[in-house]
Design a binder for this molecule. Structure first.
Ligand code: PMP
Length: 387
């Protein structure tokens, strides 16, 4: 077989197993809608949780600030260099100051994406002779970071903090430093880590706690600062990671930490050092939406109401999974059944896709309903009518 034939055989095998991934063309529209194959759908598959990305009026307001001079460097589409050379434009410092203010004066550092963050933070901080303990369902980007780090890593069963404590008790003394890494709102299951208990454990065992809040910043907590802040423990999370690509409707990511950690990352984090910085236009937009999202308590309350309602509908239909967030899985089981169910929803105007292995464990294929405050509450009732 030639190389190209081998690749084609791989695609054919994925296709016959119902697991071929494709890049679909989807055009976003206001009010949580999207056009796909010429048809307008209610979009239950994006991460625009606050409706910011689809908010045309907000976009207009952002550009209007610069109307007097559209050629300003603040709207430049490139930073043309790593931050460590000449790419650290004033927009970076402004954005990091805004973040720092939101998180009670702790230090902030902005990265190109959540993926860059997760493949960079632990490999920089965790060295040979260290141990990383990671929730079994942590996002692929965290797993890639574990593999890149020189430290050893072990996984603990999803959300099982008793098992985590057993591992800490048994292993702590044998390692220089132990890191615990978890998501706060899990991306495929929509359930929540017990962050208060994790803080207790990290204090008891003198460990370092890293929390990925990709799916909770903007959506939870005072001024949208995330679940740890909602629970009053944000100041005790050693590295709190947020992303701009979901609720904030921008692109990039950030970490909140003590200044010593920030300085260490600036010196050692390869995915910060060896990449071109974000363009000023993106950084300025992130700053703009961060301030805007801080004021969106009404949308946060609406999103919670809709999520609770959809979860109640799925509970009544016997397809729910425990959780408490805007990510509401509709559990199916086998791949093919999930595909058929997704088709049924699509035929009725709801854009949902099957989530299958290897993204989720075998026999737990599902439809992932992710809600946005841009939807109308009647859209949730319409989903219920189909069941
Ligand atoms: N962490 C989690 C938990 C995620 O779900 C994602 C994106 N799906 C990322 C990190 C990566 O973030 P980004 O899209 O900004 O690369």
């Amino acid at each position: 077989m030639s190389w190209l034939e081998e690749l084609a055989a791989d695609a054919a095998a994925l296709k016959s197993a119902g697991r071929l991934r494709v890049l679909r063309e989807i055009a976003p529209e206001p009010h949580g809608r999207a056009v796909y194959h010429g048809r307008r759908y209610c979009n239950f598959s994006g991460n625009d949780y606050m409706g910011i990305s689809g908010d045309a009026e907000l976009r207009r307001k952002f550009y209007e600030q610069y109307a007097a001079d559209l050629s300003t460097p603040e709207l430049a589409q490139s930073s043309a260099s790593s931050r460590l050379l000449t790419g650290n434009t004033p927009a970076y410092n402004r954005l990091e100051r805004t973040l720092s203010e939101l998180y009670n004066g702790r230090s902030a550092l902005v990265f190109n994406s959540g993926y860059h963050t997760n493949i960079g933070v632990l490999p920089a901080l965790a060295r040979s002779g260290d141990l990383i303990l990671s929730d079994k369902l942590n996002h692929a980007s965290i797993i890639d970071g574990l593999k890149l780090a020189d430290a050893e890593f072990r996984r603990y069963p999803h959300l099982d903090l008793e098992q985590l404590e057993k591992q800490l008790a048994a292993k702590r003394a044998a390692y220089r430093q132990v890191f615990i890494v978890t998501e706060s709102v899990f991306s495929m299951d929509g359930d929540l880590a017990d962050l208060r208990k994790l803080v207790e454990l990290k204090e008891k065992y003198d460990a370092v706690l890293v929390v990925d809040e990709a799916h909770s910043v903007g959506v939870r907590g005072p001024r949208g600062t995330g679940l740890a802040a909602e629970l009053g423990v944000a100041g005790k999370v050693d590295v709190l990671i947020g992303t701009f690509g979901k609720a904030f409707g921008s692109t990039g990511a950030y970490a909140i930490m003590e200044p010593e950690v920030r300085e260490y990352l600036v010196n050692h984090m390869r995915s910060l050092i060896f990449t071109t910085g974000l363009p000023p236009v993106v950084l300025n937009w992130s700053d703009f939406v961060l301030r805007h999202a801080a004021e969106m308590d009404a949308e946060r309350a609406k999103l919670k109401r809709m999520s609770d309602r959809l979860r109640a509908i799925f509970t009544a239909a016997g397809v729910k999974k425990d959780g408490d967030s805007q990510i509401v899985p509709f559990m199916v089981g086998e791949d093919r059944d999930a595909e058929l169910m997704a088709e049924k929803f699509q035929d009725n105007g709801f854009l949902v896709f099957p989530i299958r292995p290897p993204t989720v464990p075998a026999h737990t294929s599902r439809l992932r309903f992710s809600l946005t405050a841009a939807l109308d509450e009647s859209d949730i009732e319409a989903v219920g009518k189909l069941l």
